[in-house]
Structures are given as structure tokens and as C-alpha cells.
Design a protein around this ligand. Structure first.
Ligand code: NAD
Ligand code: LMR
Length: 332
């Protein structure tokens, strides 16, 4: 008997659309993409999961599609299938692109990843212009401005829907602060603002919940460790890439928050790198409230101590250059 006739009812379910959201992962066969795909297949808010990559998309799809969870999984391989991968999506998560090796900065990835992000965002503008976009590809401080320029050119730009993923900085901050305080990391909430690279990653240790205080040595240690968390992993992997598993965990945490916002849940708050008027820069990471239209409310920085005010100035200086570099890549 032909598979198509045996699977008639399954095809009806996929076409009819089980309740939930349609999510695409671009770069789904990569170090982040694979565990991210697995975790999104486990998310009950996802009804359809599209896995797109330029290599091995069908292998990863075959593997993940055997998991007995609700989402229907489909694979898409290479540029000719990008539009099918994107059509009808509510949320697009982008971990496509090359990762760092020891000795590299995130900005060293610009030359390759800028072009990848541009092409993928042109596809989004054409096929799912109303989707929320979670951009993971580095350097995030430049790829988010690149995506914004692509969407502006296409006439589809809605700043609330374009979100740079900085959740891994918050996840690391919660972990390292909990270690110092002797707490369970799940009880700790550290706002991390600015951007996603070196000194642009600015943890606001004066605003940690539960309220606590740190010695100057603890503040210095924690700030450095959080700012260099990515490099710590790159060096430990010694040429085999950068954070993938903790990143997939962080990406799912953020994507799940976006989906809860889309569903209309109240009080969904996360840090993200987004178009913003909190500082004089056009993009800045802060806490935002996520809702049906994306980042519906962008929160102010709140009171900063002297250490954080100095850090903020350094962060803004570096961020300004990275943002301009991204914008010029499209406008040139
Ligand atoms: P990886 O090399 O393991 O995987 C990248 C995947 O992207 C590969 O499967 C590759 O085939 C695919 N790809 C390349 N070009 C593509 C294209 N044009 N269209 C679709 N897919 C394409 O890398 P990784 O470890 O998964 O990291 C991916 C990116 O995420 C890197 O840029 C890395 O720096 C970044 N990253 C960001 C954060 C963050 O906090 N935002 C954290 C970790 C890594
Ligand atoms: C991270 O913070 O782990 C990522 O941005 C990857 C990297 O290059 O450090």
C-alpha cells in the first residue's frame, strides 16, 4: 500500500492546522539548530515546525519527526525551498551562519553572516512579513540592524517584531550570580542590557532579584564572566564552535515567551535587542513586554549605580559602531 494513502488522516491534520503556532528554524541542521529543533518539537504551543538549512535539513527532519509530540515537522533544503519554508509562519528563528573559533571576535563573523541574514530576511519580507523574527546569528549587534534595513527596503518593517536574541546573556548571568549568592539559578533574575558582544553586554547587578548586594570584587568578577561567557565556551571547545546547547536552551526560552505573548498571555517579560528609544541609539537590549504584536512595551533602564553608568557609556560607544556597520551593509 502507498504511504500517501496510509497517511491520509495525518495529512489532513497537518493541512487542517492543529491549534498552535507555525514556527520556522533557519539553520536547523547546525550546532544550535538541531537541539533547538528538538526542543521546539517538544513545545506544546507549536503546531507546525519547518526546518530549513542548506545542508542535512531532511536528515534532521526525519530524526525529529519521530518524536511523539504534537507538532508536525517538515524539512526544506536549500535556497529553492526557502519560500515554502517561510510561507505562513508566525515565528521565524534564525541561528544560520558561521560560529567563532578561538581568537575571533563576533564581529569577525560579519563578512559571512551579514549576507546570509540579508538573504533569509528577504525571504521573510516576501513570504511571512507579519512573523515575529528571533535573530540569533552573530554579530547580533549588526545583524539586527541589517534585518531592519532589509525589511524597510521591502516596506514590511515593524520594529516590534524584530528581536535580537540576548537570552543567553541573561541565562549565564542568572547562573553565575546564583553561584556567588549560593542560590538556585531558577530563583534569580538578572537584567542584562545593551547588546550581545563584549562590553556591550551590561548586566545590571544593582537590579538583581531577589534584592542583594555585591562587593566591588564580586561585581568585577561577575561582570567580566558574563561579558566573556561566549569566549569561555569558544576556548573550551578549542575550534569546534561556540555555545550550542546552552544557546538552544536560551533560544527556546525566548521563543516560548514570544509564543505566549502571541497567544495573549499577560506579563511576559524578557530582555531582547530591539529598536528602542531608551538611549540615543536606534537599537538597544532591555527588558520588554511581549504581546500579540511582539515587543509591545520597552522598559527603561531604571536606576543605575556608578559602575553601571560607566559600563553603559562603554557599551553605547561600541554598539554605535556595530549598528552603523550593519545599516551601511544594506544601504551602501
Ligand atoms: P553551525 O555552523 O553549527 O550551524 C550553522 C548552520 O547554519 C549550519 O547548519 C549551516 O549549514 C547553516 N547555514 C549556513 N548558511 C546558511 C544559509 N544561507 N541558510 C540557512 N542555513 C545556513 O553554527 P552554530 O554553532 O549553530 O551557530 C550559528 C550562529 O549563531 C553563529 O553565527 C553563532 O555565532 C551564533 N550564536 C549566537 C548566539 C547568541 O547568543 N545570539 C549564541 C551562540 C551562537
Ligand atoms: C555566545 O555568547 O555564546 C555566542 O554569541 C557565541 C560566541 O561567539 O560567543
Amino acid at each position: 500500500m502507498e504511504e500517501s494513502s496510509v497517511l491520509r488522516r495525518a495529512n489532513c491534520r497537518a493541512k487542517g492546522g492543529a491549534p498552535g503556532f507555525k514556527v520556522a528554524i533557519l539553520g536547523a541542521a547546525g550546532g544550535i539548530g538541531q537541539p533547538l529543533a528538538m526542543l521546539m518539537k517538544m513545545n506544546p504551543l507549536v503546531s507546525v515546525l519547518h526546518l530549513y538549512d542548506v545542508v542535512n535539513a531532511h536528515g534532521v527532519t526525519a530524526d525529529i519527526s519521530h518524536m511523539d509530540t504534537g507538532a508536525v515537522v517538515r524539512g526544506f533544503l536549500g535556497q529553492p525551498q526557502l519560500e515554502s519554508a517561510l510561507t505562513g509562519m508566525d515565528l521565524v528563528i534564525i541561528p544560520a551562519g558561521v560560529p567563532r573559533k578561538p581568537g575571533m571576535t563576533r564581529d569577525d563573523l560579519f563578512n559571512i553572516n551579514a549576507g546570509i541574514v540579508r538573504t533569509l530576511c528577504e525571504g521573510i519580507a516576501k513570504c511571512c512579513p507579519n512573523a515575529i523574527v528571533n535573530l540569533i546569528s552573530n554579530p547580533v549587534n549588526s545583524t539586527v540592524p541589517i534585518a531592519a534595513e532589509v525589511f524597510k527596503k521591502a516596506g514590511t518593517y515593524e520594529p516590534k517584531r524584530l528581536l535580537g536574541v540576548t537570552t543567553l546573556d541573561v541565562v549565564r548571568a542568572n547562573t553565575f550570580v546564583a553561584e556567588v549568592l549560593g542560590l538556585d539559578p531558577r530563583e534569580v533574575d538578572v537584567p542584562v542590557v545593551g547588546g550581545h558582544s563584549g562590553v556591550t553586554i551590561l548586566p545590571l547587578l544593582s537590579q538583581v532579584k531577589p534584592p542583594c548586594s555585591f562587593t566591588p570584587e564580586e561585581t568585577e568578577y561577575l561582570t567580566n564572566r558574563i561579558q566573556n561567557g561566549g569566549t569561555e565556551v569558544v576556548e573550551a571547545k578549542a575550534g569546534a564552535g561556540s555555545a550550542t546547547l546552552s544557546m538552544a536552551y536560551a533560544a527556546v526560552k525566548f521563543a516560548d515567551a514570544c509564543l505566549r505573548g502571541l497567544r495573549g498571555d499577560a506579563g511576559v517579560v524578557e530582555c531582547t535587542f530591539v529598536a528602542s528609544q531608551v538611549t540615543e541609539l536606534p537599537f538597544f537590549a532591555t527588558k520588554v513586554r511581549l504581546g500579540r504584536s511582539g515587543a509591545e512595551e520597552i522598559y527603561q533602564l531604571g536606576p543605575l549605580n556608578e559602575y553601571e553608568r560607566v559600563g553603559l557609556e562603554k557599551a553605547k560607544e561600541e554598539l554605535a559602531g556595530s549598528i552603523t556597520k550593519g545599516v551601511s551593509f544594506i544601504r551602501k
